[in-house]
Design a protein. Structure first.
Length: 276
C-alpha cells in the first residue's frame, strides 16, 4: 500500500532558524491551519487545490506559492497522483536582518502571493532548498540565500497585510479572545466563556474573530495546541508529556492532528531538531 505521505523536515539555522520540508503526498488533505512563520512552497510534481481566506486556486508543478504568517489555509489533491513539494517556513524579520535592515513586525510587510510568478525567484528558491538539504559549500549557500532574499524583498512584498480593522473595540476583544484560548488549551471552553473574557456578546465576537483571523475560535484553539506542541518538541519534551500539556486526548491524538496540519509526524519533527 502506498503511503499517504512521505516527508523529510529539517532546520536551517543559517537561514534565520528556518524550517524546510520536502515531501510527497497522495490521497492526503491538509486541515485548515496556520503557521507562525511565512510559508513558501514550490510544487515540483502534481498539483494541489488550496483554499485561503477569500480565494481558492490550484498550484501546479512549477508554481511557487507564498502565504503570510498566521494566514489560514487548507489543501487537498486534485487527483489520485497527489503532489510533491519543497517548503520553506521562515520569519520575514529574520530575512530582513540578513538583508541588513532593521527589524519590524512581520505584519508590516506582506507577501505578494499567493502564487508568485517569477521564474528567477522560483529558480533561486529551488537552489536555496536543495543547497540547505545537501549542506554544500557554506559560502556558495550564503550567496544563494542572499540572492533569494534580495529578489523576494525587491519584487514580492508589500506594505500592510490587508486584513482590515474591525474597530478598536472588536480589535481589543479579538486580542483578549486569542489570549484566553491560548491560556486554556487543555480546557473544554464554550463561546460564552471566550466572549465573557473578551467583553463582547458571543455571536458578535464569533463574527469578528472569524473575520479578523480567518478561523473560528475552535480552529484557532486547535492550531494553538499544535503550535505549543512544536515549541515543546523543539526543547526536548517527550511526546506523551506534550500531548497532555497541549490539550490532546492522548499521544495518538497529537500525532494525528500534527500530521494533518504539518504533513510530518511529531517524531519526524523532533528528529529534525535533534540532528542539528
Amino acid at each position: 500500500m502506498t503511503k499517504k505521505f512521505q516527508a523529510k523536515i529539517w532546520r536551517a539555522d543559517d537561514l534565520g532558524s528556518a524550517e524546510l520540508l520536502r515531501g510527497r503526498f497522495i490521497d492526503y488533505s491538509y486541515d485548515i491551519h496556520t503557521h507562525d512563520k511565512a510559508c513558501f512552497a514550490l510544487i515540483v510534481r502534481g498539483a494541489i487545490h488550496i483554499k485561503m481566506r477569500g480565494s481558492e486556486f490550484v498550484a501546479r508543478a512549477g508554481d511557487l506559492y507564498a502565504i503570510d504568517a498566521e494566514e489560514p489555509h487548507a489543501g487537498w489533491p486534485i487527483d489520485g497522483d497527489g503532489w510533491c513539494l519543497r517548503t520553506l517556513y521562515v520569519e520575514l524579520d529574520q530575512l530582513r536582518m540578513m538583508r541588513g535592515e532593521e527589524t519590524s513586525s512581520d505584519k508590516d510587510t506582506a507577501l505578494s502571493g499567493p502564487i508568485i510568478r517569477d521564474a528567477q525567484l522560483t529558480s533561486l528558491f529551488q537552489k536555496v532548498h536543495r543547497s540547505s538539504e545537501g549542506q554544500g559549500a557554506d559560502l556558495k549557500r550564503d550567496e544563494m540565500y542572499s540572492r533569494f532574499i534580495e529578489r523576494l524583498f525587491e519584487r514580492h512584498t508589500r506594505s500592510g497585510n490587508g486584513g482590515g480593522n474591525p474597530g478598536l473595540k472588536e480589535d481589543r476583544a479579538i486580542r483578549l479572545a486569542r489570549d484566553f484560548l491560548e491560556r486554556h488549551l487543555t480546557d473544554r471552553v464554550r463561546l460564552t466563556d471566550i466572549a465573557s473574557a473578551a467583553g463582547l456578546p458571543p455571536f458578535r465576537l464569533f463574527r469578528a474573530f472569524e473575520r479578523a483571523t480567518g478561523m473560528s475560535p475552535h480552529t484557532y484553539q486547535r492550531q494553538a495546541r499544535i503550535r505549543l506542541a512544536t515549541r515543546l518538541i523543539r526543547i526536548g519534551h517527550s511526546l506523551a508529556e506534550i500531548a497532555v500539556a497541549a490539550g490532546f486526548a492522548d499521544q495518538a491524538h497529537l500525532t494525528r492532528s500534527f500530521q494533518r496540519s504539518l504533513g510530518v509526524t511529531p517524531g519526524a519533527y523532533r528528529t529534525a531538531f535533534q540532528s542539528r
